[in-house]
Design a binder for this molecule. Structure first.
Ligand code: BTN
Length: 315
């Protein structure tokens, strides 16, 4: 544990103000060193009140912190945390060949966050979670589509456990709360042609955790989970997503998580539009099969299983 983290830990455990001398004695460092760690923590976003009597942590801040993550998440995961990246998916893909499964990249903000179908993903600082997870699946190629679905379930489970908010899923991998999108998932894969198998999968997860002014084009369709910053909340959500994700992944071939996916998928039985390049066709969403394909019935009674792609629904 670094000295900076020990200063934080002491402040978290204290009921009251802790003097610089008391912290210095506990950690066996100088008061100047204590002050430097306090400054570093404040710069990272921790709200630490500094008075003539000492220091006090005010728990109205939520800082994504690598040491906290390493402490609360599974020990076989490796974290990289950046203040800013163009896209955590792009970065993780560029280093995937030299990383182990369970490498996690988190960006506090993204300048070119990527969404599905070539869209961008708005990723403002202090408001969200923008993370990418590396998997190296030895899966039957027919089952790789399940990775997206099990990720959506893992994020729903994590949000439910940590915030008590129940999100629903819009096939295939958008998470909704109060009829608006709060999370998008973009899975990208590297395919080895010679071996005819996947080299890696990068699961990119973007969650709007806190309120932040939204750009005009998404203001009516996107929302956020929580009104106020809650201490450590994003670290807890990230660690819990990883726990649920790795669990669902371990048992992916059993397809257990599909039941939870079906329960949370709010489009079943509803009228939707199936969007293909240059066409939009009215249909009814009938079911999700065991490969997470969406069965739809068109107005002419023809049925089709959709593997991926886009649908729209009036909410
Ligand atoms: C979508 O809604 O279309 C998918 C959005 C996925 C966004 C996440 S944020 C972390 C990761 N890095 C990216 O550039 N995109 C994904």
């Amino acid at each position: 544990m670094s000295n900076k983290f020990q200063v934080l830990d002491s402040l978290e455990c204290a009921d009251n103000i802790l003097s610089g001398q008391c912290l210095a004695d506990r950690l066996n460092i100088s008061r100047v060193a204590v002050w430097k760690h306090i400054k570093a923590l404040q710069n990272e976003g921790y709200n630490i009140e500094s008075t003539s009597k000492g220091y006090r942590l005010i728990a109205d801040c939520d800082v994504i912190d690598k040491e906290v993550l390493q402490k609360i998440a599974a020990k076989d995961l490796q974290f990289e945390l950046f203040d800013k990246l163009d896209s955590s998916n792009t970065y993780l893909k560029s280093i995937a060949h030299k990383c182990h499964e369970g490498h996690v990249v988190i960006a506090k903000t993204q300048t070119a966050g990527k969404g599905r179908l070539g869209r961008s993903f708005y990723s403002p600082d202090t408001a969200g979670i923008y993370m990418s997870v590396l998997l190296k699946p030895k899966l039957n190629i027919n089952n790789t589509g399940l990775i997206t679905a099990m990720s959506a379930v893992a994020v729903c489970e994590a949000i439910s456990i940590e915030t008590n908010i129940d999100c629903s899923i819009k096939w295939v991998n958008d998470l909704y709360y109060r009829n608006k999108k709060i999370c998008g998932i973009l899975c990208e894969a590297g395919y080895n042609m010679e071996l005819a198998r996947l080299d890696y999968v990068v699961i990119g997860i973007g969650i709007n955790v806190y309120k932040s002014p939204l750009p005009h084009d998404i203001a009516n369709i996107a929302t956020y989970l929580l009104d106020k910053h809650q201490y450590n909340m994003r670290n807890k959500i990230i660690a819990r997503i990883l726990e649920r994700l790795m669990y669902n992944y371990k048992y992916i071939e059993s397809k257990q998580f599909i039941n939870e996916y079906r329960k949370r998928c709010f489009i079943i039985g509803k009228d939707i539009n199936v969007l293909k390049p240059n066409t939009s066709q009215k249909a009814r969403a009938i079911d999700i099969d065991d490969n997470c394909r969406l069965l739809v019935e068109y107005e002419n009674n023809n049925k089709e299983y959709l593997n991926s792609g886009e649908i729209s629904i009036k909410l």
